[in-house]
Write a protein that binds this ligand. Structure first.
Ligand code: SF4
Ligand code: SF4
Length: 133
């Protein structure tokens, strides 16, 4: 049997013209995120104690913790979403969200004000010991 390459090509063209598309028609169809998608880091600032462990363990220095000025900051464009900060946070206030941050054409950092935990009260001095007795 003879092979007709032109017919085969026409069939392929028609299949691609009228068949189901393989690609997602983004943004018409919203992107699909999975539970395990490494999207971006979020913080629950109400639980943060500004200990700085997340910043110390970030391999790319994307997190800044400022105890004097009471803020926590992340550079989402610098973050490589490795999850090290989430693992190290002792207060479990960091989470790996499965959605991506909005596209940006300039470097933006997210700064969150944190109310520092109250300082522990000094114990009351012991009562003076009297010599009489
Ligand atoms: S996910 Fe990784 S790279 Fe991103 S801020 Fe946390 S430690 Fe740094
Ligand atoms: S986010 Fe967690 S690890 Fe980072 S400063 Fe706050 S309490 Fe510490």
């Amino acid at each position: 049997m003879r092979n007709f390459p032109a017919i085969s090509m026409i069939r392929t063209v028609f299949r691609y013209l009228f068949g189901k598309t393989a690609c997602q028609m983004y943004p018409k169809k919203p992107a699909v995120f999975f539970d395990t998608t490494r999207g971006h880091i979020e913080i629950d600032a109400s639980r943060c104690i500004l200990c700085g462990l997340c910043a110390m363990n970030c391999p790319v220095g994307a997190i800044t913790v400022n105890r004097e000025k009471h803020y926590w900051q992340i550079d989402h464009l610098g973050c490589i979403v490795c999850g090290a900060c989430v693992e190290k946070c002792p207060k479990k206030c960091l989470t790996m969200e499965n959605t991506y941050t909005a596209p940006a054409n300039s470097k933006k950092v997210k700064k969150v004000n944190v109310t520092p935990p109250p300082k522990p009260k000094k114990p009351a001095p012991p009562p003076p010991v009297s010599d009489q007795g």
